[in-house]
Design a protein around this ligand. Structure first.
Ligand SMILES: Nc1ncnc2c1ncn2[C@@H]1O[C@H](COP(=O)(O)OP(=O)(O)O)[C@@H](O)[C@H]1O
Ligand SMILES: [Mg+2]
Length: 468
């Protein structure tokens, strides 16, 4: 895009000779130049011209160059402004730099001097535009795929998706719960050339066993008690497109046989009907079970396993690509609280990195949603994380107590312990925190909650406590 980048320059000066000179220099650099004889005129031109670069005289009859600069920066922060000043008004030039001017040039200037300033400004504008462009492209790409992760294992999955998206090959997606199996299934369908065709997701684990067949293949009117009208099955509904059979490992054996037949013959027969209809459906199945073991144990049909498992995509647990955690957390933050500017504190991130996420990305997603809902401020702290991540109970109390100890007694004991430690260290918070093995934020919360007396002389907690 650098090659095509075009620079628009606006020269603002009440002296016509200066305007002409600057325009000529700008044009010699390949810029398009326009001129304004006052700040007011320049401002009214801004909407129609939208220059990348502005050269403005500091001293003009009405609105000064400084006021103009402030206004431009407010309206269009990416526009670079250079100030032209007469000798002797260097202080104003310094002030201009503080207001965001790119540079200043003292008048009278030499042509090559002005040329250099303009070139450097153009270069900066180009770079900023290029970064902006790349950032945007990156954002739309991840948005489109919705799959975040730079870890090699995730990149490998993205490559698999790219290879599979325009095919009709059956795919088996394996991985623990919450690792993104459905996300990948959708990506394979919706990124491919068949994306306009139907995508039907079926949770095999959630189907009532007695109704699975009619759900999948449909039924005739009166096929069984309660079948008051004809019903189209999920397979016919997915015709031409993709059926996503989630939790395929939960499908009962007799249904596995029926599914296999449909896949082999590409025909479905609704329950109660003696006519079959042709269906062309791409099957993507997913499971968090070890199907290989299941067929060896006889709970999953081997022939169906091989039919579904032409290509396997195995998703790593979050533990296995933890380096992606910060980006994933940021991704959910942007999704749940767009433009909020909320940040994750280092301590919270550290706690998140230490945790092993048995519920994988889904658990992280829930954790972020909860933290945003609970957290009041502009920072997600350790206190906003679920107890399992804070690891408090394990550090201070579990070592002392049997796991089944009732909560209220636990709290009582915790309070006594903290108070005792405080008394021992004479109210030294840092030392108490260290001895207790808890963070400062946690310590402060507990002091407040249990109304711990800070010194052995019983003086109370100061009115406002810092949070971290
Ligand atoms: N790599 C990833 N990038 C972004 N979001 C993800 C990623 N992996 C999983 N998710 C999100 O986590 C949640 C759980 O994913 P899902 O596909 O339902 O998992 P599974 O089907 O394996 O249980 C979804 O909201 C999904 O969008
Ligand atoms: Mg799922």
């Amino acid at each position: 895009m650098t090659d095509e980048f075009h620079v628009d320059c606006l020269v603002v000066d009440d002296q016509q000779s200066i305007r002409k000179l600057c325009s000529t220099i700008g044009k010699s650099l390949g810029f398009s130049c326009s001129e304004a004889e006052s700040a007011e005129a320049a401002l009214s031109m801004l909407d129609s011209v939208s220059p990348n670069i502005i050269l403005v005289d500091l001293r003009m009859a009405q609105m000064s160059g400084l006021e103009f600069l402030a206004e431009v920066k407010k309206r269009s922060p990416h526009t670079e402004v250079a100030i032209m000043t007469g000798f002797g008004s260097i202080e104003s030039a310094v002030q201009a730099m503080k207001l965001g001017a790119y540079d200043y040039v003292t008048k009278p200037f030499r042509v090559d001097e002005m040329k250099l300033v303009l070139q450097r400004m153009a270069e900066k504008v180009r770079l900023v535009a290029e970064i902006e462009y790349l950032r945007e492209r990156f954002a739309t790409e991840t948005q489109l795929h919705g799959i975040v992760g730079t870890h090699a294992r995730i990149q490998e999955i993205l490559k698999m998706i790219a290879r599979l998206k325009d095919t009709r090959t059956p795919v088996l997606i394996t991985g623990e719960s919450g690792t993104g199996k459905e996300l990948v299934a959708r990506a394979i369908h919706f990124r491919g050339m068949f994306s306009k065709r139907p995508f039907v997701a079926v949770d095999c684990g959630a189907l009532v066993p007695s109704l699975i067949e009619s759900e999948l293949f449909g039924h005739e009117r009166g096929a069984f008690t309660g079948a008051v009208r004809e019903k189209q099955g999920l397979f016919p509904a997915a015709n031409g497109g993709t059926i996503f059979l989630d939790e395929i490992g939960e499908l009962p054996l007799d249904m596995q046989a029926k599914l296999l037949r449909v896949l082999q013959e590409k025909e479905v027969r609704p329950v109660g009907s003696n006519r079959s209809a042709h269906v062309d459906v791409r099957v993507i199945a997913a499971t968090n079970r070890d199907l290989e073991k299941a067929y060896q144990e006889g709970t999953f049909r081997k022939d169906l396993y091989f039919r579904l498992n032409v290509v396997t995509v195995h998703l790593p647990s979050l533990r296995e690509h933890k380096s992606d955690l910060p980006a994933l957390a940021q991704w959910f933050l942007d999704r749940f609280a767009p433009d909020s500017g909320i940040q994750i504190s280092n301590a919270a991130l550290t706690a998140m990195m230490r945790y092993d996420w048995p519920g994988n990305v889904r658990e992280l997603e829930n954790c972020m949603e909860r933290a945003i809902a609970l957290g009041a401020g502009h920072e997600i702290g350790v206190a906003d994380l679920p107890a399992s991540l804070r690891g408090e109970s394990t550090t201070e109390t579990n070592t002392v107590l049997p796991a089944s100890f009732p909560t209220t007694d636990l709290e009582e004991l915790e309070k006594d312990t903290i108070q005792r430690v405080f008394d021992e260290v004479n109210g030294d918070k840092a030392m108490a925190g260290q001895l207790l093995g808890i963070s400062r934020a946690t310590l402060y919360r507990k002091i407040k909650r249990y109304e711990i007396k800070l010194r052995s002389d019983g003086s109370p907690l100061p009115p406002s406590v810092p949070e971290s």
